[in-house]
Design a protein around this ligand. Sequence first.
Ligand SMILES: [Zn+2]
Length: 490
Amino acid sequence: MRISPAIILLTCLGFPTGAGAQAVPRYSVEKLADGVHAVIYNSDIDVEGNTLIVINDEDVFVVDSNAGITTARATIAEVRKLTPKPVRYVVNTHWHDDHVFGNQAYADAYPGVEFIAHPLTRQDIVNHAFASNTFVLDLIEADIHRLEGYLKTGVYRDGKPVAGELEARIRNYLANRREAFADRRAFRPVVPTVDVADALTMKRGTREIQIRFLGRGNTRGDLVVYLPAERIVATGDLVVYPVPYATNVYATDWVKTLDALMALPAATVLPGHGPVMRDWTYVRRVKDTLESHLSAVRDAKKQSLSLTRTQEVVQLPEIRDSFVAGNEPRRAGYEAFFRPTLVRNAWEELDPAIMHAYETATTQPFADGVYTIDRRDGDGGITALLNPKDTVLVTSLAAAAPAWAAVRSLRELTDKPVKHIIVLGDVAAQKGALDVLKETYPKAEVLTGAGVISPDGRKIRIFSENESLAVEIPSERIRIERGGKAAKTR
Ligand SMILES: [Zn+2]
């Protein structure tokens, strides 16, 4: 998930899954070939990415760095049990927290280690994952208080007494949250140093390692790592077991990317989460599932159903049951982070007007935490002010399609909640766009008059000028006028 998909998952589910048993090990280490090992986290305990360890003649190559310092250190300890050779390269397959927040542990343990990622992933790690750390810390702290409350009162949120298996689950999850809180307070940004936009083949002694971008899917910069001699592929979160993950996916591209993945002659598949696979059965099932949803959304589009209505209608319960298998936390995960978000992305992608607006708009950083999403054809734009814990939108978009496109672009930038929407220009003329923004951000306050707001401590002045509103951020000397253009003031 963009913001910490992982963190939201934990926050929303209450627990990663149904497991509370302390006897279940957190992860296992599996040998895949000579010098090639996988650290596989138990998906029933952690939202924690798998790691591939490739031991070469002189050094070690690792795929994905875990969700935090603690788990990354545990992985590093496993590497050291296997070999004294240093980790020289770490690939971040994509920007989600559970694959990148352990980077700093590798940098501490192996000075000079290089981090490899797609250039968009590097951008998203810096501007999205790492920039959300303060916001996520608050979520985790709230979780800790909530869990401590259950233990203190002895009553769970559904009124059930806290005892037995439930108590074990709460204590287990509380320990997990406290670990995440401590890790994130010690956070230091360690960003990728090597870009791979297309493909990079590395020869490390006798080992060949291919790093490939096969197309967008789970994110806009998913890399896979393929070892041709061993026929092993690490997929990142293009493949997630037991329930696929789709918070901010590129649904139509994902299908093609999975085809490209399955065209690799791999015999061993390490998914981003879940156990090692020996064939493409599960991946094919994920692809079929995506196609079924795309087809159902296409039908809904033909009937001009709204996004909300489409999300209600496209349920495909048989497919859901096949993934959920009667497990309640899995069902919650499917309903929070797969079906509705997949449908939303498909609904946008199957709308030519929205996609035209999305593809012809440019998202550009204007200042620290300030992005402009401008329409090239001059139909206004949106400026997003990303504060440490929330977002403010300044809009002068008129029509619905560009607003949907802006919402899609904004999701690529941040998951921090939109707190205020400041409307420049004629409110009545912007009804189409405003309806979309209100539907998408129902908790946001819509401001249409002069005034001063200070969200998250950032003072924003709204004033009238030339029969329109304009916005000024005095501390940063930024001014935004009707049309969406941001400018520096003197
Ligand atoms: Zn993941």
